[in-house]
Design a protein around this ligand. Sequence first.
Ligand SMILES: [Zn+2]
Length: 478
Amino acid sequence: MGGLGFKDIQTFNVALLAKLPWRMLTNPDCLLSRVMLGKYCHKASLLNVQLVKGASHGWTSILAGRDLLKAHLGRAVGDGTEIKVWHESWISTSTSVLPHGPLKEGDRDMFVSDLITRGSCDWNKELINKILPEFIEEILKLKPSKMELKILTFAAVATQDLDNNNTTTLSTFNWYKSVWSVPTAPKIQLFIWKAINGALPTGENLQKRGMMQNTLCVHCGLTETTEHLLLHCSFAKQVWKQMPLASPMDPDDFPSVASAAAAATSWLCLPPSGISGDIFSWVVWHLWVTRNQLVFEARPASADSTALKALMSARECIQAHEPPIKFLKNTQIRGRPDSIPTGTVACNTDASWRKEASDAGLAWIFDSSTALTASNGCKFQSGVASTLMAEGLAVREALCHALHVGISKIWLRSDCLSLINAISLVTKPMDLYGVLSDIERLYVSFDFCYFSFVAREENGPADSLSKVYLYHSVTSWV
Ligand SMILES: [Zn+2]
């Protein structure tokens, strides 16, 4: 492609062709993808499928574009469960780097998630040192998704809890199918995710945190566990009984919310109900809403009205075909939100980063004027590649902590302008992919969540705290 503007037409054409497979990869639900993938990609994915004899001109062209694309594609590490260590470019976020051998027979089909220590979101340094020593520095700087990993952790724990005769052991539990792709509101997906992870502030969980008052089930007075509240309580059973399911379900068949969620993907509602989509998510959600109204506002609701609300929301959801909530529609780079709901907790975050050692101190401080038990937090983090990454990690920790202590409305302020900008981008920067995806998921679980920029001078306490933690290398929620 010369300086005079003459283009190498052949190259230019292939570049244009590459746009089609790119679209099919990034938007597998569009018509083009569905037709083409349905016809040609039964046995292999678009990236790996071979050109067959007699394929149409269109398909041949798409594959020509695909081959160009393939040479320049990389994977952003989310939780690493879908990326094969030796077959995909995932190590660098800027250039295409494929790991090369020597590789042992057993390692051939290893996934990136296998390089992460189970039960944490830290890389397994020993293992990486053993099989990919030349890339260890780059790899340690990638920060995998924490939420997906929590899911992995949970999968390991819960497998032991479930009965052997129960078909849903969590090693086979499909989070994507049973939670994230269920056609329901994003806040409800998050609610179910929390329920399965035992993270709802139920009586039992509050008791574990030392709160002893009113921890029994508001409906029947038994211990309020998540399973009790959503499945086994007599009140819940009455609600479930009214669901117009083609084959009735018995809540007692499900020892856990996870097993019910997995089974629910195949439940069908009888035609007159007008519900062709998911019903499970709406029932558990409204059980939770009814419980909260009773606990916090002393407003009782009958099982009938709870069931009715669940049915109506399920129907409305289908009719409205609601587009998913636009991520961070409230984000504004500077200044205050237009209106702040009462009970909003302000939170300042900051991070200090040491380039030489690639480590960082993260800090977040909740507004002390609120009566909530909110406290401050700080964390030492090693293997941090940039100051932007450090700031992102601080925001993620702050949001996790806020959810953990039951804050539902939060106004988060960072003095890192580029991070606040990155958060509002639809296309996330590759190096921050895992962290920003987590922030996005956390965002929808708040009733109100607002990010804004705060001048460094006004962020003094968080700044000092992060420095203290950087130099003392300890982690705690104080
Ligand atoms: Zn009960």
